[in-house]
Design a protein around this ligand. Structure first.
Ligand code: NAP
Length: 284
């Protein structure tokens, strides 16, 4: 009888109602002709263990994991990928015959998005990452893992930057947020600058003026500037950055590519990235 039901995957988070994950994955399942279905599940903070228990009981093939559960799920799965172990954060769970493996596709999605948008290859580049939260950690690890020569971290709370820079090993540096000339020098020599804070995101922070840790006017042509925020499009920061002649990329590509990487892990199939991209662009 089980064969008559679609294979179920889902996304857990709180709040989760605005998650684009089901749209991305259901679009892909449709294009691939798979009888699979993704649903969003509102799971309160602290209840990730129950959600993983339900995943096992219901035989769900996979889960996307978003705020606030990424760290908790890392401690609950049976196995962790190397990247998820380094980050101590899981954004994707794969269920293979009852064994739950936690992985993290955020860094891979970030790199794929820059590659798609600008042909970017991190090898030998100097990078500056603004922020020291979960997204910054994934980006820093991915850049260093792809051979970046330098990965500098700048954060509002200076004490948190060092721990994130450590993920980059010998390439890691800390930029002192309070030292204006250090910030200027770090931006001047960077091939890539990444905003990994929510500043500028609709409903979060204004993103105007003084809340920008890196003023857009410091950028220059030839630089690649990425904002992990994708709502609104363009983000206020990138709109200003674009005036300097730098190349800009917002966070939508990362969203699409991290979801595509999850689909590949669950199904073993090549994700239809263009269709996923189109579905999410239309919905925004
Ligand atoms: P997080 O863990 O909460 O980290 C937030 C970071 O932003 C911290 O470093 C924090 O600094 C900094 N920050 C917050 N408000 C700030 C402000 N007003 N001024 C300066 N710095 C501020 O969040 P996260 O999970 O890393 O996510 C960060 C952003 O990336 C979010 O906007 C999220 O939507 C986006 N994101 C996008 C994708 C994608 O697929 N495109 C994926 C993941 C995340 P302190 O340490 O000083 O508090």
């Amino acid at each position: 009888v089980a064969e008559q039901h679609p294979t179920l995957v889902g996304v857990i988070g709180s709040p989760v109602q605005h998650s684009l994950s089901p749209l991305l994955h259901n679009t892909a399942f449709g294009v691939l002709g798979l009888d699979w279905q993704s649903m969003a599940f509102e799971v309160p903070d602290g209840a990730a263990a129950e959600a993983l228990g339900a995943m096992r009981e219901l035989g769900m093939a996979g889960l996307s994991v978003t705020m606030p559960h990424k760290a908790a799920v890392a401690g609950l799965v049976d196995e962790l990928s190397d990247v998820a172990a380094r980050l101590d954060a899981v954004n994707c769970v794969v269920n293979r015959d009852g064994v739950l493996t936690g992985t993290n596709t955020d860094g891979e999605g970030f790199l794929a998005s820059l590659h798609r948008a600008a042909g970017f290859d991190a090898a030998g580049t100097r990078c500056l990452v603004v922020g020291a939260g979960g997204a910054a950690r994934a980006v820093v690890l991915a850049l260093a893992g792809s051979g970046a020569e330098e990965v500098a971290v700048l954060n509002r709370t200076a004490s948190k930057a060092a721990g994130v820079a450590e993920l980059a090993g010998r390439a890691g540096r800390v930029v002192e947020v309070a030292n204006e000339s250090s910030v200027k020098a770090a931006v001047a020599k960077a091939d890539v600058v990444v905003n990994a804070t929510p500043v500028g995101m609709t409903g979060v922070a204004s993103g105007e003026g003084s809340s920008w840790l890196v003023p857009p006017s410091l950028m220059h042509p030839g630089q690649l500037v990425a904002d992990l925020v994708y709502d609104p499009r363009p983000t206020p920061w990138l709109a200003e950055v674009a005036r300097t002649g730098a190349t800009t990329v917002d966070g939508l590509g990362m969203l699409v590519h991290q979801a595509a990487a999850q689909l590949r892990l669950w199904t073993g199939m090549d994700p239809p990235v263009e269709a996923m991209w189109q579905a999410v662009t239309e919905s925004l």
